[in-house]
Design a protein around this ligand. Structure first.
Ligand SMILES: [Mg+2]
Length: 379
């Protein structure tokens, strides 16, 4: 069994409503889809998403595609997909950083390796511990009344009872009022968390986190810039409400530093930030060893990328803050034939072969922005 080709597509998928974050408002979400084939004609598929071009992190869809096509694909052609960890170790020696690109490649190879064995991908990571996972929804319409209405509708439908508010954009004090109003309206029926996406300085954080704590918010995500480990450490020591690192928690070395200096007492997992599934499991090990709380994060992937996250998260024993892998619910359309199911406040982990999703190639073609020059194994 040998890898014959790897192809990368950039897709623009419309969302059901504008999704307002600190750095960008999403109306069309860009995803990067990878397809690996082997010498017997089998395929493996993967997806990562980015948020707002280069505004969330350094990896842009265009750079992900260019770096895979130019630097990673030539290294994996002809390799045995069963040895995905060895392949990615070899890639790491010649390609620095590029965590999103590495995730596209590793996930597609894992999907292929699992499909070839006719087993779900989670079987390659020690097997499933959870069949379903708690799932948060992000209230990000930018309007207090609309957010309250949306939350109440979600509670009634039993779809979500954990809500995250993106409060990094605009006046911090008005945003805290926005959170307080929503918490008051929802009461104990829901748990509220906030994500600042690096938008505050330490003074603003001191004032606002005290107010958020008093309002009953149950977690504050990345209030300070990703580089500000010392500031995060001071906030973590000062407040009772858990402080979560997201943008700061990328490589296994960064997560180790967060654990060592308590620059946050919890972290958001995202396979694409860490450089793939095997790296994510290493991050989980660091967190478990140091008592960092875990959260199953999302880059707002569609059904394909979400299935991969769900499968991996299902192998982690304790996800203290649940997950937020609601991506497929935010998209008007998906690139898979089957959908991911959400019921009773949880996401049901897909358990078919590979990541459990059947790709809709017509949809991939329809939404693809551009096509790569396909690179294939000779003979
Ligand atoms: Mg975040």
């Amino acid at each position: 069994m040998k890898i014959r080709s790897f192809e990368v597509y950039i897709l623009d998928l419309p969302t059901i409503r504008p999704h307002q974050l600190a750095m960008h408002t999403i109306t069309v979400q860009t995803i990067v889809v990878g397809c690996v084939t082997d010498d017997e004609g089998r395929e493996g598929w993967s997806e990562v998403a980015t948020i707002g071009g280069a505004s969330y992190g350094e990896s842009t869809p265009e750079a992900i595609k260019a770096n895979i096509d130019t630097y990673i694909t030539p290294l994996i052609i002809g390799q045995d997909p069963n040895h995905f960890d060895r392949i990615m170790n070899d890639v790491a020696k010649l390609v620095r950083g590029n965590y999103f690109a590495k995730t596209v490649v590793e996930n597609a190879i894992i999907d292929l390796a699992a499909k070839a064995k006719n087993i779900p991908a989670f079987e390659l990571f020690g097997g499933q511990i959870h069949k379903s996972l708690p799932i948060a929804w992000t209230l990000a319409s930018g309007n207090t009344e609309k957010d309250i209405e949306e939350a109440q509708e979600m509670l009634e439908k039993k779809r979500h009872n954990i809500f995250k508010l993106k409060i990094g954009k605009g006046d911090p004090f008005k945003n805290v009022e926005h959170v307080r109003s929503i918490k008051e309206a929802l009461g104990d029926a829901a748990r509220l968390t906030v994500d600042v996406n690096q938008a505050w300085d330490e003074d603003t954080s001191n004032y606002c986190i005290a107010a958020l704590e008093a309002a009953g918010v149950s977690m504050v995500e990345q209030p300070l810039a990703a580089w500000d480990f010392e500031g995060m450490s001071r906030l973590t020591a000062k407040f009772n409400v858990p402080i979560m690192a997201d943008e700061a928690a990328t490589s296994i070395q960064d997560v180790f530093r967060i654990a060592k200096y308590r620059a946050g007492n919890s972290i958001a997992l995202k396979p694409c930030k860490h450089g793939g599934m095997t790296q994510t499991k290493k991050v989980v090990g660091i967190a478990e060893a140091s008592g960092l709380g875990l959260y199953g994060g999302t880059m707002i992937e569609s059904s394909l990328g979400t299935a991969a996250c769900a499968q991996l998260y299902s192998t982690i024993s304790d996800m203290k803050f649940g997950t937020e892998i609601f991506g497929p619910l935010l998209f008007k359309d998906n690139v898979t034939v089957n959908d991911i199911k959400f019921e009773n406040f949880e996401v049901i982990v897909p358990d078919g072969p590979g990541f459990g999703m059947e790709i809709d190639k017509e949809k991939v073609k329809h939404y693809a922005r551009e096509f790569s020059g396909k690179q294939e194994m000779m003979n």
